[in-house]
Design a protein around this ligand. Structure first.
Ligand code: UGA
Length: 460
């Protein structure tokens, strides 16, 4: 099949590489020339400076110039195309609705290119990024206005988690296709031939609107699990003596009807998807006149969780942040990514600074540069001056009065030794990820330990 991928970010690039691996002729198109030139080199560093996903650079290297081609010239690749995947950003707007301007401008360019085809063979345009219900029709109208002929618009949402995009694309749980005609389903069955009739992969064909809804339902339910554990499970263990969080998790999730995913209590879920998608779903339901109390609570609990440990440090541990130095370990929204979008660390740092912290000493194995860029934002310059970045956890800990563990990087599991050999009590360890298995050794040597999902521990 001849496939075009429009948009080469976190969704488009892994999809392009994995489609090319399965032997299709894939053209990855983007209007950003710098990005395309970086990908064309086939070099790991250049690729990872845009999309950092395990296995991605290797997959591109394997297929580039044989099955996978990069271009900024849509007209030159349009002839004979079978399927076009639209993988564009749909950022949230203030009211929660999705900004479809990137998608619509790409659809206009595509519509013009399709109109110029010599042979008007059937082509399916597929919305792969998360888009509001009804967007397949919206794209269809744009393409028609631009003169495109003999096409269908389908929905095929992406369910991948960051850090697992390549493996996840090779072995997805399900493929969901929403289309209107048998002709379009047939084309997409050929694109995904390795997954049709697969024993372990659900291959679901439905309407475009159902397919669009599946993505919103799935992400909002995943965030509901997290908010249930953060807002109820962790709260229980923090309110009563002698509740063991890990046992609570094990006991509840031993029921085969209850998911274990989401039971990892944390300082709030971040990333570019959950917050955006649940807000968009609320907006869509409200617009349809529906009540969104449940979703609103899930969202609020998650946002509250991102700053709540700072409040607990003040009220439960009696810690006064004014003029103190605080180390933050982890800036990314989760381990194995440099992505800081909606990261709980952003809320923590801003709250800490608002409480009068003199200096924030930050460490993250991957996200220092994105953090510097974010906080170098001229509007936020006053924050920038009070944040310093360090190459190791030890360097970040030096001279601080408290540490806040924000990201679940595996390397933090051994942090209690580094703490004990770098800073001396009185000292507060705030653990937003339950990352310190030997926390009792900290407590016994006089450090205060305040974990999510547990009471403050302090030497008697
Ligand atoms: C999420 C979904 O998991 C994917 O299924 C979906 O396709 C994707 O959004 C998307 O819409 O593109 P992602 O944002 O990459 O994937 O990250 P997750 O691994 O789901 O983690 C999200 C946040 O929840 C992280 O901050 C993570 O640390 C946190 N989390 C996760 C918890 O706090 N507790 C948990 O038990 C699990």
């Amino acid at each position: 099949m001849k496939i075009i991928i429009v948009g080469t970010g976190y969704v488009g690039l892994p999809h392009a590489a994995v489609c090319a691996e399965s032997g299709h002729e894939v053209y990855a198109y983007d209007i950003d020339e710098k990005r395309i030139n970086a990908y064309k080199t086939g070099e790991r560093k250049a690729i990872e400076s845009y999309v950092n996903e395990p296995g991605l650079a290797a997959a591109i290297k394997e297929t580039i110039d044989r099955y996978l081609f990069f271009t900024t010239d849509l007209a030159s690749i349009i002839e004979g195309v079978d399927a076009v995947f639209m993988c564009l950003n749909t950022p949230p707007q203030r009211d929660g609705s999705s900004d479809l301007s990137y998608l619509s401008s790409a659809a206009r360019d595509l519509g013009r290119a399709l109109a110029s085809r010599e042979e008007k063979k059937r082509v399916v345009i597929v919305n792969k990024s998360t888009v509001p219900i009804g967007t397949a029709r919206f794209v269809e109208n744009i393409l028609r206005e631009e003169g495109a002929e003999n096409f269908g618009v389908a929905s095929n949402p992406e369910f991948l988690a960051q850090g697992n995009a390549v493996e996840g694309s090779r072995r997805p749980d399900r493929i969901v296709i929403g289309a209107d005609t048998e002709e379009d389903f047939t084309i997409l069955r050929r694109v995904y031939s390795q997954f049709v009739n697969h024993v372990r992969i659900q291959y679901l064909e439905t309407t475009p609107e159902t397919s669009e809804s599946i993505k919103y339902m799935a992400n909002s339910l995943l965030l509901t699990y997290i908010s249930y554990w953060n807002g109820v499970g962790a709260r229980l263990a923090e309110s009563f003596d002698n509740i063991r969080m890990e046992d609570l998790k094990r006991g509840v999730t031993a029921d085969s009807r209850i998911s274990t995913w989401g039971s990892y209590v944390s300082n709030g879920a971040g990333g570019s998807c959950f917050g955006k998608d649940i807000q968009s779903l609320m907006y869509q339901l409200k617009t349809a006149g529906q009540n969104t109390d449940l979703l609103q609570s899930v969202y609020n609990i998650n946002e509250y969780q991102k700053t709540y440990l700072v409040d607990r440090a003040i009220h439960e541990a009696g810690f006064n942040f004014n003029k103190k130095t605080v180390t933050i370990l982890g800036l990314a929204f989760k381990k194995r990514t440099n992505d800081m979008r909606d990261s709980a660390a952003l809320n923590a740092v801003e709250t800490l600074l608002s409480k009068g912290v003199k200096e924030i000493r930050a460490y993250d194995p991957l996200a220092t540069e994105p953090a510097q860029n974010y906080w170098f934002n001229p509007e936020k310059n006053y924050l920038f001056e009070r944040i310093t970045y360090h190459d190791t956890p030890r360097a970040a800990l030096e001279g601080s009065d408290a540490v806040y563990i924000s990201t679940d990087w595996e390397e933090f599991r051994g942090i209690s030794r580094t703490i004990q050999t770098t800073v001396t009590p009185p000292y507060l360890v705030i653990d937003g990820r339950r990352m310190v298995p030997d926390y009792m050794s900290l407590v016994e040597t006089g450090y205060d330990y305040l974990p999510v999902g547990g009471n403050l521990l302090r030497k008697a």
